[in-house]
Design a protein. Structure first.
Length: 140
């Protein structure tokens, strides 16, 4: 019976070591992807300002599914042609492209949901890396 207990203990220890190694590799890959994504977001600051948006806040979540949430302030008339240009010119930068497409959709929401007493002031794009983003438009 003592031998069976030792075998179970050794197997559990080996399983935990393998799991820890696998999770660390996944988290390291996630950190690398997030680093690339953050660099892409920071490089895009002037590009989005030309389209009428200023990056107000960036929130980074490191998990098994890394997430970047970017909050934009609408600072001038939204230039949808510029957003379309970003989509066309930056096909190699998926986060930048997805963010521009999300801002186009947010602008469509803003136009469709015109609220007489409120103005659309912020747009939040929540991007799980490798997934369809969530878009939030805040009216104040």
């Amino acid at each position: 019976m003592a031998l069976l207990g030792k075998i179970r203990q050794a197997a559990e220890s080996a399983r935990e070591s393998v799991a820890d190694f696998g999770i660390e590799k996944v988290l390291e890959a996630g950190r690398n992807k997030l680093k690339e994504a953050v660099n892409e977001v920071m490089a895009s600051l002037p590009i989005f300002e030309e389209a009428g948006y200023k990056i107000h806040q960036v929130e980074i979540e490191l998990s098994l599914k890394p997430k970047i949430t970017t909050t934009f302030k609408i600072v001038s008339e939204v230039n949808e042609a510029k957003l379309n240009q970003i989509v066309q010119e930056h096909q190699d930068k998926k986060l930048l492209q997805v963010t521009a497409m999300s801002l186009i959709q947010a602008n469509n929401i803003r136009k469709a949901a015109a609220i007489r007493t409120l103005q659309a002031e912020e747009v939040e794009v929540e991007a799980l890396l490798g997934a369809i983003p969530s878009i939030f438009t805040r009216f104040r």
